[in-house]
Ligand binder design. Structure first.
Ligand code: HEM
Length: 560
């Protein structure tokens, strides 16, 4: 498929508002004669129309819109249903764009391991292009040298284990705020969805920018709103990406204009952040007067030189590994730029794009794991009891679980894996695009085809998980080598291969730590009168699937 076809493939197709689809489909249906496509014999590559190729099975399509009308509010669920009929390797048409839907662990392995390089491109929507500096970030950068350089920068400099450990004191401080909020509310119910979102935003903001922005400062409120708009826009259905002749609708419905405004305002904000970090880097002794005080006086600083860091090693860094490295991501990136450590010239634009990736990739996804884990624990009191027993045994009367304790919490790890299996935060991962023609399992896949891996369906496939795949049962992971790091294709919430998520350690360091400590400190129940079976499990629609209704829970402090 040609490059310009790729331009018309959106970032994700998981956000197709059913209303918009209905509006499109009804007039189209009345105007156009339904044309059924024959499956298995149609050429999908524009350059090979004369040649019959073996293409994966497809449901019938409608003219112009292809299969778009079939996606519904929860595409991961409708695609699962369709794949039961058409198989785990199924070709759909999103308007003009062919999209391969993969719904089994075996075929996910074929795509993400056997043919990893051939499926390493991304689908960059026109909105994503506008918001992420024309794909100059990591997650949407086209496969090639630039992406390789940016990804290794991200992996080696920002998201390595040592750097993740260096944010230990941030995690501890944000947890302390969460615990206080829960204690203050007790015994009235706490909105745990909001509490988890606040915590993960705080951790990411401080790790990336060196501070967080309070509710009472205008710039903080604006940044929060902009981020929400940014994430919403990345997942928004952009009709022009699928049906180029209808691209004018994006002007009419204001999508283009909104993307333009959000991109500009986010850029202004990041420009200011980078400038302030630059002045700190250039004039270290004046940092107090420059970086933080410009914004406000209540900012939470990562650096706490001169104060006890509480980790007992006396180095003032609070990270427990004694290296004194308290740099945030912007600091690190500016140093890499100044000292030319990346091996390629790192532009300011690339720095801003990486920072946006960290927010986009690292906030909603991380909080969603906590939200669904807590939901499942409240629905399964026996599992919660087992987890509390394990955590309290390891704590041996202490009031906190430390990072070092986490290695011994096997049941906790099983609970988190089971949560990721049933509730992968990105059920359809981040779509890939075939870089060249490739044959998979005897089917021909044309270059430019979008590839969507249904991690949600794979996590519930009885062929991998036995007769009751929908049951929340962490015990299935005890003594099992199956992990989520991209080697076991039945469990791929973080994807796998070259484009697999580089933020696993960062995310899991927060999720495991917070969940363990909440289980240690409190006993939990649903608000009075609510039974486990009454808990609303409706999912939100969107790229990242969280609860539609906030999770309310009642906490009682546990006395050890
Ligand atoms: C529970 C939390 C998270 C989940 C479930 C998650 C999931 C994913 C998935 C499914 C992908 C696409 C993988 C593929 O194509 O094979 C991805 C890519 C990515 N994630 Fe995450 N992620 C999480 C946390 C994070 C965090 C904390 C960060 C950064 C701080 C991050 C940064 C990225 C980046 C930069 C990419 C793009 C990689 C590339 O295209 O080369 N993620 N993530």
């Amino acid at each position: 498929m040609s490059i310009d076809m790729q331009e018309h493939i959106p970032l994700v197709m998981s956000m197709v508002p059913s209303l918009l689809i209905s509006i499109l489909v009804i007039p189209l249906l009345s105007l156009l004669v339904i044309r059924w496509r024959r499956t298995c014999v149609t050429a999908i590559h524009p350059s090979s129309t004369t040649q019959k190729r073996r293409v994966p099975p497809s449901p019938p399509t409608l003219p112009v819109i292809g299969n778009l009308h079939q996606l519904g509010t929860y595409p991961h669920k409708t695609l699962q249903t369709l794949s039961r009929r058409y198989g785990p390797f199924m070709l759909l048409h999103m308007g003009r764009a062919p999209a391969l839907i993969v719904s089994s662990a075996r075929l996910a392995r074929e795509v993400m391991k056997t043919h990893d390089v051939a499926f390493s491109d991304r689908a960059l929507s026109s909105t994503g292009r506008r918001l992420l500096y024309d794909g100059k970030d990591v997650s949407l950068a086209p496969y090639g040298e630039y992406w390789r350089q940016m990804r290794s920068l991200c992996v080696l400099q920002l998201l390595n284990n040592k750097r993740v450990r260096s944010f230990k004191s941030i995690r501890e401080e944000e947890l302390a705020l969460l615990v206080k909020r829960i204690e203050d509310a007790s015994p009235t119910p706490v909105d745990m969805s909001d509490a988890f979102a606040t915590l993960t935003n705080g951790v990411v903001c401080r790790a990336a920018l060196g501070r967080k922005y309070g509710k009472d400062e205008a710039i903080g409120r604006k940044f929060k709103t902009l981020l929400a708009e940014f994430v919403g826009l990345l997942g928004a259905f952009n009709v022009g990406d699928y049906i180029p002749s209808l691209a004018w609708i994006n002007k009419l419905n204001g999508l283009d204009k909104k993307a333009e405004r959000v991109a500009k305002e986010l850029d202004d904000f990041l420009e200011q952040v980078v400038e302030e970090h630059e002045s700190k880097l250039n004039k270290p002794c004046q940092q107090e007067e420059t970086k933080y005080n410009n914004y406000d006086n209540n900012c939470t600083r990562n650096n706490n030189e001169g104060e006890s860091d509480g980790d007992g090693d006396g180095d003032g860094d609070g990270d427990g590994d004694g290296d004194g490295d308290k740099k945030d991501f912007v600091d690190v990136l500016l140093e890499v730029q100044r000292d030319n450590l990346a091996g390629f010239p790192l532009s300011k634009l690339s720095i801003k794009a990486i920072i946006l990736d960290i927010f986009d990739g690292g906030t909603d996804t991380t909080y969603v794991v906590l939200e669904w884990a807590m939901t499942e624990l409240l629905r399964h009191p026996k599992v919660m009891e087992n987890l509390q027993r394990e955590v309290r045994e390891v704590a041996k009367g202490r009031l906190n679980i430390t990072d070092e304790d986490l290695d011994r919490l096997h049941y906790l790890k099983a609970v988190v894996k089971e949560t990721l299996r049933l509730h992968p935060p990105l059920p359809l991962l981040v779509p890939r695009v075939a870089t060249r023609d490739v044959t998979v399992d005897d089917y021909d896949v044309a270059a430019g085809t979008m590839v969507i891996i249904n991690a949600w369906a794979i996590g519930r496939d009885p062929d991998s998980w036995g007769p009751n795949p929908d049951e929340f049962k962490p015990e299935r992971f005890l003594g099992s080598p199956v992990d989520y790091k991209g080697q076991n294709f039945e469990l791929i919430p973080f994807g796998a291969g070259w484009r697999g998520c580089p933020g696993i350690e960062f995310a899991m360091a927060t999720d495991n730590f917070v969940l363990a400590n909440l289980m240690l400190r409190f006993n939990w129940a649903l608000p009075s009168g609510m039974r486990a079976e009454d808990l609303d499990m409706t999912q939100s629609s969107g790229i990242t699937v969280h609860r539609k209704v906030s999770l309310l829970a009642v906490a009682t402090p546990h006395s050890s």
